[in-house]
Design a protein around this ligand. Sequence first.
Ligand SMILES: Cc1ncc(COP(=O)(O)O)c(C=O)c1O
Length: 449
Amino acid sequence: MDRTRLHALLARESAEAERLSPRSRDAYARADHLFGRVPMTWMNKTAGAFPRYLAEARGARVTDIDGHTYIDFCLGDTGAMAGHSPAPVAEAVHRRYAELGGATAMLPTEDAEWVGAELTRRFGLARWSFSLTATDANRWAIRLARAVTGRPKILVNSYCYHGSVDESLIVTGPDGTGVPRPGNVGAPCEVTLTSRVAEFNDLAGLERELAHGDVAAVLMEPALTNIGIVLPEPGYLAGVRELTRRYGALLVNDETHTFSAGPGGCTAAWELAPDLLTIGKAIGGGIPAGAYGLSAELAERLLARTDLDLVDMGGVGGTLAGNALSVAATRATLEHVLTDKAFDRMSRLAERFEAGVRAGVEAHGLPWSVTRLGARTEYRFTAPAPRTGTESAAASDPELEDFLHLYLANRGILLTPFHNMALMCPDTSEQDVDTHTEVFAAALAELAG
Ligand SMILES: Cc1ncc(COP(=O)(O)O)c(C=O)c1O
């Protein structure tokens, strides 16, 4: 990679982004009352000097306030995997909120049991409870795991992401044991007091940590998705299940992103048998919704514990969790939008996307890898594909990533801002994918000079 050339290309694309987006630039410059000028600080994680401001979004398209319409492969970093505002969800939300009324009345609706049964059909877990975010689903799953096992620690994979969950902000240090993840904001205590860590795909490391006998649960994605996609090697997930059972730790599958693997996520696709499963983002079709599922046996053990305050202020619950609006949106999403048929199509589109990227990479002889998990595709600047989160983190190249993101955005294509992830939704078309292939190839040709 000619870094001087890359630097010049990035400067050119940054200037072009400013030229194309005067209204977004001005809105950002005026946002004096927002912490970091954005509604949420991570919105500053964008290639270029300011984010493009949203005007409208429908299906696989986003339009910004400067009037540019983009093919959206970011899809709210999975929150909009159902596409933006799909009609059945829009109708269900309108009906619940405007016609029937009562978004949040502290009373259950019958939709909740429908959703619980559907989640059981898809993921296998027998009992469900709701949250508004995947972060909260994880927090509550962790509390339940600690309560039922009486053990203090949570084990995660290095460079995982499970939301802003304190226990998860740990990575492996040089000797393979845990150290705080760099940049962790305001940790309540030294993370090694609450957590253990092992590399993904490393059963020996996992066993070494579990052997301490203090791990309540292993919280993991069946494939890492937040440091690029890192797929499990043959036998790894079976080994995790066997070791967690052997050492008395529960297994929590976080399917928030790996839901892209199919209608029942990796858990169904790969016949996994976790004790708990957490999910959020896409299931509400863009309306905040999350859920956690428990095995029947675990649910019974917990409900039998009279010392646990599960109904008041015992630490598991949020006032708006399971509200009628979120549950109605989730039902509509699962019943009509993210259907088995939709997943088939989305996966085929992702295959096409993957083939397009691979062709570009091969044409230029780049040492990059391309990976896919159902409807989600990702490329990393290293080959072969990384086996662990730490290996994948080491392959980061922020300048190159910014150039590619800006080059694509300036030509009407959005990727997720955090890495090179592209996700398909039911409204994505083959033409959308082919447009990406062409623009991506043009970006590589510019890099090659
Ligand atoms: C695997 C996983 N779990 C949990 C979360 C947290 O989701 P949220 O920010 O909606 O709480 C994320 C967010 O990216 C995620 O990727």
